[in-house]
Design a protein around this ligand. Sequence first.
Ligand code: SF4
Length: 336
Amino acid sequence: MLTAGRAPRNGEAELKVENLRIAFQKDGGEVLAVRGVDFDLKRGETLALVGESGCGKTVTALSILRLLAEPPAKVLSGRIGLGGVDLLELPAEGIRKVRGREIAMIFQDPMTSLNPVLSIGDQIMETLRRHTTLGRAEVRERALDLLRRVEIPSPEEKLRQFPHQLSGGMRQRVMIAIALSCEPRVLIADEPTTALDVLVQAQIMDLLKQLKRETGLSILLITHDLGIVTDIADRALVMYAGRIVESGPVGPLFKSPLHPYTRGLLNSVPQIGQRPKAGRLQEIPGQVPRPGELPAGCAFHPRCPDAMDRCRTESPVLEEKFEGRHASCWLEQETA
Ligand code: SF4
């Protein structure tokens, strides 16, 4: 059983990803989409994995629960440690038990995860029946409790309703209720608010913060929206072209980013809590390179305003620049 042994205390690693490399089959060969990613998620922590679309964030997240279709995907190397077990080594039955019970996941569009022909109640109770030994009446009571916990009004009525009868925000609350139904240790939230309007986004993020406080849940938040990161995350990992290019506590990282890509991302969103001033926001020029089409040297160099000759030929590695803060960039060395 995965939970055997001492559960990690607050601040200790709940989930540890080491040297994860993932390729996809393309044109008869393989292209690398995740190129050696390392991070840990501490107990009770919210860790944000940020970057533009196509940087490898979702591929990394899906690989943790082994939800990538293999083929075309293939994990070339790495270890994903949870409670002393490498999830990549678990047999199919073992990983099925981990999903939902140890690690749960919510996605951008709850409609794609909810079954349109089953009532909300049936979907929550089905998860509970699969993962617990609760009796019929207890399962129903627990489903109602979960709906109350995610602040869904009229829970008795909602149990009988179908997904299309609920708003986007309510559907996401139902997904969170299902995700929490078996009291997982880790929640992976992949762009959980992208499909929602701003007010509902804030409500869902508040709900996640509250649930984290109440349960000690560790959250891996995948997002391209830096606006929500400062509000909820303790640390952030910035991902570009399949690699982590900067990591650190959210406050210092946002206040004084070390990597030009992080700076570009921050310049392209309104300052947190301020209205955007006309002309202040700047898009990062160019596109994220596709896997298999990476430039030589630093993968960011064609888009980087600070690129130097060295950047076009040599790839920097992620290294500690200050205590707890890492970045992969030649800039500091060259200017020192
Ligand atoms: Fe820019 Fe060079 Fe740093 Fe890459 S290594 S981010 S190109 S300055």
